[in-house]
Write a protein that binds this ligand. Sequence first.
Ligand code: SF4
Length: 457
Amino acid sequence: MKRFVQGVDRSQVTLFPESLEDYIAEENPVRVIEAFVAALDLRELGFKGIDPCATGRPAYHPAVLLKLYIYGYLNRIQSSRRLERECQRNVELMWLTERLSPDFKTVADFRKDNGKAIVQVCRKFVGVCRRLELFSQAPVAIDGSKFKAVNSGGRNFMSQRVKQRRERVERHIAHYLRELEAADQAGVSMPEGKTTQLKEKLAPLAQEMQRLKDIDEALAHSPDGQVSLTDPDARVMATARKNSGLVGYNVQSAVDTKHHLIVAHEVTNAVTDRNQLASMATQARTEMDCENLTVLADRGYFNGVEIRACKEAGIHPLVPKPRTSNNRVRARFTKDDFRYEPEKNQYRCPAGEALTYRYQTIENGRKIHVYFSSACKRCAIRAKCTSTELRRIRRWEHEAVVDTMLAEMERDPGKMRLRGQTVEHPFGTLKFWMGATYFLTHTQERVRTEMSLNILA
Ligand code: SF4
């Protein structure tokens, strides 16, 4: 063992520092947690248990449990059982909690009962960042990422899945019933106990049919046609990978493009990002306390109604248009190949013909103007344009808002690069920090608390 760094003999008598204070260096992050929590008005934030009960066993002050949780999420110890253990052996936690070690039930109940207050703590921290002028007036980038819920894919149902499952169970039942009938006809020649065995196999199948019937009823009352049995709020999310079947939540965040700090976040169970732009942008502007805000988002957020809502609220959105036209797949002219002429309120097609305004219709609650030209009937390049007699172009009554935004983005393509470099990085860090795992809590309200703790940490 010579020429190696040597440890100290375990039986050597040593003098440890006398106070816990001596173990915690001046620059140790636990001192930041201590100072941050000490500066919070926990009553104003809505924490329960601020005033101790006159009778019964004394409770832990919410500040102790809040510090414990912030430390836990900062150090990848999210589970209440592991936090309980760490309180007994971790010197930093001994210092932070003044050697208190609450049991896991107390720790878990604190997170369960103080969800709203914990979310407010996260907002308070954003306020601290704002006062420290860490948020520039630079644009914020908005993005969403899917996080797994505690609900497995097998415990999420849509009507198609219930139908397939029922058909499979019915096939099994039919098979066993045929065997039973054969057993009855065979009489004494059947092996002993075969009939009982078959009846035993049929009983759980009958239960499964009843369970599927209950799920069907629940589906009939579900507004989005999904039922999750473990976490009722979790939903199958649309992800880039086809048929990935991720059951979870769609976490939205708005990130400051200068310091990459998460300005605002929200846990939703919306399966796509299409309706999230205006609410996230408004939340980001409130948190940043600024008048003019530019928000950058990816194609998944492209939605005329949301873009207009941002504009009306005085927010400047920049969202690229998705390339999902069926005509593009069929190698035909897309709407982008038609030029709108606002002064005449008409479109100019690739053949140079004018498509004039014809009528108005309502689609998904939006007023749509329809344009076409009778020149299509004799057009030489019609095969490249449409499979019908006339090519119709649809225009939303407020599409000018979208056109102006797209024209601006064409002039400044660098903005989208900035978005990618900004908002995807915090999500990567968060997922790496949380590990290849799922949320530990059930229901949207509690998952929101858990996410706030992750983001605060
Ligand atoms: S089919 Fe009609 S809209 Fe299309 S290019 Fe020909 S004239 Fe223009």
